[in-house]
Design a protein around this ligand. Sequence first.
Ligand code: HSE
Length: 440
Amino acid sequence: MNEMRVGLLGLGTIGTGVARILIEQQELIARRLGRKIVLVAAADRDLQRERDLDLSGVRLTDDAAGIVKADDIDLVVELIGGYEPARSFVVGALENGKHVVTANKALIAKHGEELFPMAADKGLQIGFEAAVGGGIPCMKALREGLAANAIESVYGILNGTCNFILTKMENEGSDYADVLREAQQLGYAEADPTFDVEGVDTAHKLSILAAMAFGSKIRFDEVHTEGISRIGAADIESAREMGYRIKLLGIAKPHFDGDDEYVEMRVHPTLVPLDSQMAQVSDSYNAVQISGDFVEHTMYFGRGAGERPTASAVVADIMDIASGFPDGIAHLAPPMGFVESSRREVPTLPMADVVCEYYIRLMVRDKPGVIAAVTSILADHRISLEALIQKERHASQSVPIIMLTHETTEGNLQAAISRITGLETVDKDVLILRKESAVA
Ligand code: HSE
């Protein structure tokens, strides 16, 4: 029985979870796999930290580069996160003939197109299930279980931190900053939590899912990205009054225009119907809805962040790779779900051409004719309203007006908004959210 020998880069939250599974579940893993997986070494800058785990059989070091080169390691698990030095270590591991498993969505979103061919040329594998959806095996489902389908849409709550914050703000009326701090303490948030709350983490994940869904190349830099930091308790309440809940969604759809093909990719706070399944996804849970032309809607739900769920996905990848070790693993689907030669450069649909329904929060002077002026501009742009609420006046001089529109293009909506904010009676500070009725 050939053992697979693993070296870990990073013994933080997820790394500790991976070590814990490899040690505590060793027998179960060997029974499932027919071979042992042995944690040989682990590198971290802080080796003194209390981890509540017996690592006595593991070589602990602060020399990550040493693990990448070590002769007694077959597979390197990269859990450092971020772009560098993670990329250099992964390149080093591949150059030294080692398989790689990572939970690093930033790395795959930014450098996946460089790393996959590098691994394939050497007959090595890169596993990254933990990079999207934490413990939910959604990429395995997309790549394997749904392989017979042309994918029609992907909708995802992909960031546990944002979902945790939005849930607590709604249920407990908690303060944004307090909840963010709690998410950090629970190990959900990125090292730089602006990646979470400004939607960058969701964009990393969405760009990977979209490329895997549509057979296109990863174009993270082109994802339209907005976060949750401008959402106030009043918006959550207004959305609820109108029958919606605000979730940070990643949305991807293919578009065909004659012979031209585009991919729509956007991340933004989204109003979803209160009775939808997506609206029930709370706390740090994630959910991914993937629709295919034969299977119709499918939905995957689970913990999207945290030590144990994310480590569960990392170890499943190690086991997949170990299942064929050391003779290659030709039975695994290609990492991005399509053979490399058939993956295409598909342009991203310009945001101005995206069609949405909108939630618009304006602050206006409480004077006669203001609403008439606003609605007349919307009418000029053929934007029809589904609902309009004027909130009570507060101490400030302006009053909030909340409008829900029917479908229009983003370009048209933005043109109308710039005319509206040009009115003397309307503040420049406008909040625009989008609404999706098509989520399950
Ligand atoms: N910061 C991420 C989140 C961790 O909150 O979902 C999992 O990718």
